[in-house]
Design a protein around this ligand. Sequence first.
Ligand code: UN1
Length: 506
Amino acid sequence: MSQQATEQVHGHYIGGEWTTAGDERTFESHDPATGEVLATFRRGTESDVDAALEAADEAFEEWRSLSYIDRAEYLWDIYHELRDRHEELGEIVTKECGKEISEGKADVTEAWHMVEWAAGNARHPHGDVVPSEVAGKDAYMRRKPRGVVGCITPWNFPVAIPFWHMAIALVEGNTVVWKPAEQTPWCGQIIAEMFEDAGIPDGVFNMVQGYGDAGATITDDERVDTVLFTGSAEVGHEIADKVGGEPGKLAACEMGGKNGIVITEEADLDVAVHAAVMSSFKTTGQRCVSSERLIVHTDVYDEFKDRFVDVAEKVAVGDPLEDATFMGPAIEADHVEKIRRHNELAVEEGAEVLVDRFELADEEIPDGHDEGHWVGPFVYEIDYEPDLRCLNEECFGPHVALVEYDGDVDRALEIHNDTPYGLAGAIISEDYRQLNAFRDRAELGLAYANLPCIGAEVQLPFGGVKKSGNGYPSAREAIEAVTERTAWTMNNAEDIQMAQGLSADI
Ligand code: UN1
């Protein structure tokens, strides 16, 4: 899509056609660092979603009848395109969602990793040979696609996460209706163009642009067999409740976290400071795995605090296209206000503020970027109490609490596990017993030792426990959500024999 395209209104990709049907309403994609309008899109309506679901439903029988390997061929084309256009697409990600440029490129890299995993998996075994009690009986577990998969994806990984959902759903033989996040429709448009260029059969992949109303129309429709969702806990729980209550329908939702890093008295503080800065401020704290709690042993608390504060005061906030930038802007003005409310809430609850760069100084704002949604690190310390909202509610910004603890790793775990969420977390320690205690008892889907709690790789399960998720919309685990299992049992003997010693006499 060229820059001139800003004059044009981009539509939806439905049944192999671009369409701007539906109503006349449009919305714009903005560069969060400059406020510049990048492109204009049609806002999807119920009738657009209906047409997309109809197309997906119709295309299903033919698509499922192709071999896994033939289906994967279309994805391999996209894999090559993602690689060939790495630089260009990385810049587009950065322009549309404000992540600094190495993150923009990493988003594209993560996308082709997922495509490689899903398409490569087409040549791997897809079921089990299971023993039977009865000689002469062969038993298997076979997988088959569920049908139409609805995918709802967030803006913070606008290329990677759509492929987490869709690459696997498609290779497994499902058809897809996808709604990209309303903040990143340009990335949505480009991905849809890739499917078109790959020649995927009409109706197999469909994309409807728009807001939550279009997303809800997808998730509520009875033609949708599985919903894959990555995004906020609020929306994810609504989807899980609604879809989970409908017989025959499945939802795999991965939501946010109030992720914590435990820094014990046995920590290497170089590693601790590095891991905490990466986890709390990379992506401007706008990852579902970003850390908002640092739980630090009293013996190392003061030294860690001084060193962490020193780096938080200095990390470079600025133009995300510049290599020297560590943090770009927040995604949009409303989100800046949300971060402000979380910062204020912490203060109301008794926080001692250690770093307040929420409002950047004028000289920190890059030239020509006055309209950007700038926020800097906000760091505070607070005495642990179980019901503090600031230690329980996700901010999704560069907002992080230091909490001091005294005692053994059990005490650290008690504080760490005391949130409704359970997505990602880390322990920094040189003591293997402490590491093992965290591995076994931290209530998490993703647990790290001596590392930041961001940066999961696609071949690992990605999902959370407690309020963070009810399933895995990516990698091997997503296969569970997009396939049905058939127990297939065949008789090779001349007569019928039954299991459990049941008499077959008639
Ligand atoms: C997210 O934060 O929404 O583990 C996804 C990571 C990335 C994915 C993050 N691979 O940080």
